[in-house]
Write a protein that binds this ligand. Structure first.
Ligand code: 1CP
Length: 342
């Protein structure tokens, strides 16, 4: 096995960690903005296999990252299940809402998603042909709780209030929605693996708002179900789980879900994770994305601190969340240099 990312995910401690960045194909890159303008809106870009593959490749050409992540979005699954989805320019995603059992009944069954998602599988097939041979290909989906928060509210929310409210008010409908998303996610990721994804990542961006038993029931249990099903169908497929802002619940998350790697947000210290999370397997993370905007000696010092703190075990270098549109590409190059020379 020569790809660095696959070696780290298999539990190997490497002298230099593989590096990639969440949202590495994005608006901070002029070449992305140009391709996006050519495609039209964001969803048209996601469903245009040629152009989606092109923007996936752009950061690989420019920076030589060790992994490419499929260009798509977690909200394509709700759309494939029959929710209406659109992006209001400068405002983020909007969806038709799920608030009652009738809304749920109107959704399509999980196994009806592939027609709509076929262009995404085609993007992966193009990438398997076009990526450099030492670059790993990552597929992804949103975790059921995070996807449900958008489906219930119809948009991003600061506190996931509408999803928590439905969970309280109509537990049966809420659980049925989580189950439907879980089933669709298994089928979607399985098809991504068949199309060439060598690793899959589950983004649970809002896991941090689940507390106590809710975290067990709606962050851990669906992730475990998805990971077990994927590994049964595709033995050995590595999975990265990102229960963002899980805090102390990062401890034991890999064991509880079967994930090969846990991605850390930047609210936890790398030194703490080295002691409490990394003994269970690979960790990914966790530079604060604001350093990609501000740069300077602080960026270099932080990138090296994280690299050194986690070098006693398997580590994938990444940011703690996605790079922002105001980031400077020169800071990305400086970050890579700092990690590789740490
Ligand atoms: O070009 C644009 O203006 C659209 C911006 C954009 C991009 C580049 C959106 C809208 N999605 C994406 C791509 C995307 N989304 C990727 C591609 C691969 C990569 O380069 O990393 C991935 C993995 C995602 C995942 C995603 N979408 C998440 C989970 C990760 C995270 O950031 O927490 C979430 C929550 C979304 C929903 C979403 N899509 C887009 C936006 C702006 C949002 C967040 C909405 C919100 O709650 O504010």
């Amino acid at each position: 096995m020569t790809k660095l990312l696959l070696r780290a995910l298999a539990g190997e401690t490497l002298p230099t960690p593989p590096i990639w960045m969440m949202r590495q194909a994005g608006r901070y890159l002029p070449e992305y903005r140009a391709t996006r303008a050519q495609a039209g809106d964001f969803l048209s870009l996601c469903y245009n296999s040629e152009l989606a593959a092109e923007v996936t490749l752009q950061p690989i050409r420019r920076f030589g990252f060790d992994a490419a992540i499929l260009f798509a979005d977690i909200l394509l699954v709700p759309q494939a299940l029959g929710a209406r989805l659109w992006f209001a320019e400068g405002e983020g995603p909007r969806l038709s809402t799920i608030t009652r059992a009738e809304d749920l009944a109107a959704l399509r069954p999980a196994d009806a998603i592939h027609g709509r998602l076929a262009p995404i599988y085609e993007t992966l097939r193009i990438l398997t042909r076009e990526l450099p041979r030492d670059t790993a290909l990552i597929g992804f989906a949103g975790a059921p709780w995070t996807v449900a928060t958008y489906m219930i509210a119809g948009r991003g929310t600061p506190d996931q209030g509408p999803a928590h409210a439905l969970k309280q008010a109509d537990r049966a409908a809420f659980t049925a929605l989580i189950d439907r998303i879980t089933e669709a996610t298994i089928l979607y990721l399985s098809a991504q693996i068949e199309a060439g994804a060598e690793v899959v990542k589950l983004f649970d961006s809002w896991a941090g708002s689940l507390k106590g038993r809710d975290f067990d029931d709606f962050a851990i249990a669906p992730a475990r179900r998805i990971i077990q099903a994927l590994k049964a169908r595709h033995p050995g497929i590595p999975v990265i789980a990102f229960p963002r802002e899980a805090g102390e619940r990062y401890v034991g998350f890999a064991r509880a879900t079967g994930a090969d790697c846990v991605a850390l947000d930047n609210s936890v210290a790398a030194e703490w994770a080295a002691r409490h999370v990394q003994p269970d397997g690979c960790v990914q993370g966790n530079l604060d994305p604001r350093h990609m905007v501000t740069g300077g000696p602080e960026l270099l010092a932080e990138a090296q601190r994280i690299t050194r703190a986690l070098r006693g075990g398997p580590h994938v270098f990444n940011l703690g969340h996605g790079i922002t549109p105001d980031a400077d590409p020169d800071n990305v190059a400086a970050m890579i240099e700092a990690v590789r020379s740490a």
